[in-house]
Design a protein around this ligand. Structure first.
Ligand SMILES: [Zn+2]
Length: 231
């Protein structure tokens, strides 16, 4: 293998390593974002449950207050009826009101009790859901911290490789380097081996002249323009 080819392949390997680091960083960033999205999703689901429960609690308190208010009204009315300092007409109206209130309070009490039962049943479930969510979230946040550490490591490696790249390009013949850089913008594999007369970049057969010349020098594939060499 000529020194020229060796230098070119070394640069190509170096660039592949750079791309690999960049790909890893991208992949990790995508995973990181997916985890953040999952946290946001779970959090909003949990908060929706919690809000529904708080709504139930509020409803339950209101219903109990309604019972208390009606009970107080019945007591007050009954007391007024007992003292009897009212006109007959007023007494009649009051008596009817008390009757209605008594009929209503039984139903209200049932409703209030049903709501209290619901709150009592759901309270431990909500507490459990909150504990589960927080434990899960802590685990995911731990994973994210790990990913961040990995990303930092890959960024350091990427920067090291990028810093070293000029050492690799410096030993490649300038014209060849220029061709390589142009091809690199188009292909992930600008330099490929030729096997049995076939360019392993485009998988097409190259001419016999090319197959012959490639033994002595770096040539170009007439189909895809990649740089060819023999192993
Ligand atoms: Zn080709």
């Amino acid at each position: 293998m000529t020194q020229e080819l060796e230098a070119l392949l070394e640069l190509d390997r170096h660039d592949k390593a750079i791309r690999e680091q960049a790909r890893k960083i991208e992949g990790l960033k995508r995973r990181r974002q997916a985890l953040l999205d999952a946290i946001a999703r779970e959090q909003s689901e949990f908060l929706a449950k919690k809000r529904a429960f708080e709504e139930l609690q509020r409803h339950s308190r209101e219903k109990s207050r309604e019972v208390d208010d009606l009970d107080a009204q019945i007591r007050a009315d009954t007391e007024k009826l007992r003292t009897g300092l009212l006109s007959y007409k007023e007494m009649e109206a009051l008596r009817i009101r008390v009757e209605h209130a008594r009929a209503r309070i039984d139903q209200l009490e049932d409703e209030a009790l049903a709501l209290i039962t619901q709150v009592e049943e759901q309270a431990p479930l909500i507490r459990k859901a909150e504990q589960d969510f927080l434990a899960w979230k802590a685990k995911i946040e731990h994973d994210i911290a790990q990913i961040d550490a990995e990303i930092t490591g890959h960024i350091a490696e990427l920067e090291r490789l990028q810093g070293e790249r000029p050492l690799r390009t410096a030993v490649v013949e300038p014209k060849l380097l220029h061709r390589y850089e142009e091809l690199r913008a188009r292909y992930e594999d600008p330099v490929v081996p030729i096997t049995h007369g076939i360019c392993s970049g485009c998988n097409l057969r190259v001419s016999e002249i090319t197959t012959e010349r490639v033994r002595a020098e770096i040539v170009t594939c007439e189909n895809c323009s990649r740089l060819l060499y023999v192993k």
